[in-house]
Design a protein around this ligand. Sequence first.
Ligand SMILES: *Cc1c(COP(=O)(O)O)cnc(C)c1O
Length: 390
Amino acid sequence: MKKNRQAGFATRAIHDGQQPDPLTGAVNVPIYLSSTYVQQGIGENKGYEYSRVSNPTRDRLEENLASLEGGVAARVFGSGMAAINAIASMLKSGDHLVCGNDLYGGTQRLFNQVLTGFGLEFSYVDTSDATNVERAIRKNTRMVYVETPTNPLMRLSDLEEISKICRRKKAELVVDNTFMSPYFQQPLALGADMVVHSTTKFLNGHSDGLGGVVVCSKPEQAEMLAFLQKCAGAILSPFECWMVLRGVKTLAARMEIHDRNGRAVADFLARHKKVKKVFYPGLAGHSQDEIAQHDLAKRQMSGFGSMITFETGSLKNANRMLKKLRVCSLGESLGGVETLISHPATMTHAALGEKGRKAIGITDGLVRISVGIEDLQDILDDLEMGLAAI
Ligand SMILES: *Cc1c(COP(=O)(O)O)cnc(C)c1O
């Protein structure tokens, strides 16, 4: 390897933070199940005092994820929502946030039903048009909070454009990068100030643990978030840190297959006569808007991923299809090795109400699929069988 060249993504995923245990040579990071640490004398310790404050297994995961997103540091939390709550806790009563209008349902619930009670103010706009963001920014706007692509309609927002607006207006840009993972999209390199993930999804990758991470571009952010870990205690357990460390080792390999299968499934659906519309950043589309979105996808992401939404026409059609599936499992969540399929109107977006869903274009016939890494033909055969029931 040439000197000064940073190691590639897959190498960093396997080695950064995952160096062999100095005591035994164990290839895998040990799980330090200790709440407290013996001190050598008053004020003398080996860098660890109490596991809410810091834990060696957690440190290793934070080092690894900071490297993958290209940040200065990362802080992990007990779930994606705990990570998002920690970000909001960096603000003060009276601060204002500009947010995407179709954020993850749980994020909207936290913002609207909990944090407004503590004096934070939120405006929701369609961030796929950056001028909407600029117009919504006020004197007290401290943060712009964006997901790209969005769930379930896969709308993209131009992170470079929005980050320029944020810099000019002195607001911080926070990006929820859960859908793309750092393998396909690197918001910090595009000018974002912080990145958040539900590690529950692609990073852990096996649907067997919850977690969240905030990756920081500045040391002050990391310090503040470490303080919040200590004060509020919503940390990720050592065992689950280890699960994510194991999961990320195969992130590059998994994402390649997710993307390959995702493209093929999107193509199949787009050509299927029972499918009325397909939402996927990898499809070119025909309208000016669709072409612009696809161009942005090619510019901003290095892959299109495996999240696809499609229109079956009605709730009845969706249900007929879903009941026939055998390989694809009906369930919430995404990003696991198995193909998961969900019905946004009654599952992830039920809380929005019919009116709320209509306002952002979520119909009763929409089905969202998180394409897994099974054999492609088995996924396609399963979908063909399901669609035949419509
Ligand atoms: C799942 C998810 C979250 C919440 O994460 P949890 O780990 O379930 O708390 C936040 N944002 C997005 C985009 C998600 O998909």
